[in-house]
Design a protein around this ligand. Structure first.
Ligand code: PAF
Length: 284
């Protein structure tokens, strides 16, 4: 496995590739969820292809009050994890190499990014769209793999690629969970023990809503209330940032919940914000 800390080294590596290149962008602090994205990438790349992972904590996607400074940075441990799942190269640039001090161009997505996490994290998805497009231009992958846990991010990246004719195929991978159902996240480590014990209620409350939906309830307001009640009953330390029932592709709120619906939620445990979602008519 090759470590590529500079743009020049990445360019040399990329120029030497003739087969498919499959890309997994990350911010490091890798957990089993990321490793699953890499395994999926490995499978897509096949024997003749290469898997490249980027590790870059992107300052542009953190708000002024968010956890950029304390976001975990552990390149050595991350590199060992990448090697264990057959990654061929890691691109780990410095912020100064990615962003000239007088930079003045951003990618702005104006529809999908306004609701859900975008409502409570202004500017976040502009930072994500900008860095992902830059990474695509630098890495020039054929395919890129993103997790469905960040469903809104995935939808926005698909839209950026479609609207700007970026020649990269986007693949969404299923969310990986702890045994008790909590979606894996680099932020789970911030949870105090009693918060960690309550956090699986997020998934359980989403599944509770799914059962109501399967039993015939189609009113979004009723389903949303059912989630709130269930979560408050089982996670007294959790504060719901949002719970929404939206169309999976447009992320527009639904009033009648038929097929193609997504339940998406964010819950604060003190300052730690956890997200999760569920495709109501998807497979579990
Ligand atoms: O999902 C993430 O880790 C980040 O948002 C991404 C896609 C690597 C962009 O910085």
């Amino acid at each position: 496995m090759t470590l590529l800390p500079t743009l020049a080294e990445l360019n040399t590596w990329r120029a030497a590739q003739s087969g498919p290149v499959v890309f997994v962008p990350t911010m490091g602090a890798l957990h089993e969820g990321h490793l699953q994205l890499m395994r999926d990438a490995r499978q897509i790349a096949g024997e003749g292809g290469k898997v490249i992972v980027s590790i870059f904590v992107n300052p542009l996607q953190f708000g002024p009050k968010e956890d950029f400074a304390k976001y975990p940075r552990e390149l050595e441990a991350d590199a060992a994890k990448c090697a264990s799942v057959g990654v061929d190269a890691i691109f780990a640039p410095e912020a100064a190499d990615m962003y000239p001090p007088d930079r003045s161009v951003m990618v702005l997505e104006t529809k999908l990014s306004t609701g859900l996490c975008g409502a409570s994290r202004p500017g976040h998805f502009d930072g994500v769209g900008t860095v992902v497009l830059k990474l695509f231009n630098l890495v020039q992958p054929h395919t890129a793999v993103f997790g469905k846990k960040d469903y809104q991010q995935l939808a926005i990246i698909r839209r950026v690629v479609r609207d700007l004719n970026v020649p990269v195929q986007i693949v969404g991978s299923e969310t990986v969970r702890e045994e008790d159902g909590l979606a894996m996240s680099s932020r789970n480590r911030y949870l105090a023990p009693e918060q960690r014990a309550q956090a699986p209620a997020i998934r359980r409350s989403l599944l509770h809503v799914r059962r109501r939906w399967l039993a015939g309830e189609r009113n979004a307001a009723v389903l949303i209330q059912a989630y709130q009640t269930e979560l408050q009953t089982h996670a007294s330390l959790g504060v719901v940032d949002y719970i929404a029932c939206v169309d999976r592709d447009t992320l527009e709120p639904l009033t009648e919940v038929d097929s193609n619906a997504l339940l998406a939620t964010a819950v604060f445990f003190d300052r730690t914000r956890l997200i999760d979602n569920l495709e109501l008519d998807g497979t579990l």
